[in-house]
Design a protein around this ligand. Sequence first.
Ligand SMILES: [Zn+2]
Length: 157
Amino acid sequence: MTAAGGPAMPSLGTVRRLQALAVVGWPTARLSRETGLSPGRLDRLLAAAVAVVSASEARAVAAAFTRLGGASPGLCGVSHIAARAARNRAGTAGWAPPAAWDDDTIDDPAAIPQWTGHCGTTRGADIHDRDGLPRCPPCQAALDRHRPQQRHHARRA
Ligand SMILES: [Zn+2]
């Protein structure tokens, strides 16, 4: 069985690109127009509820990511309310922005989003704290590994 639009591939990079576009404020309705994917399909991808995508879906989303990742939704006709709703959804879910990803690694399952430039290390955790950014899971894990005494202290307090 062959999916329409070419052979299937893992959805991970496509999901990361769509989530990052939501962080910028691109709503599903507009992403549907930009990619040709249905809003329902995009919602399932955003929720990471789809394991595989067709090659043409991946290409369409990658092209939209390149085009829109650094653009302003407000300057491209997206209403303030729609952009804010997209950003709120992304913020609640903890999705990573385009700048946290590298084109060379966004499709790599082992890659983690770089919120700080040092994510996955205690230095990254320090930068999260300094900038008031919630710690990402890899930074929290690094902290837990390297500073067990603080955890004990926190438990006693
Ligand atoms: Zn981090």
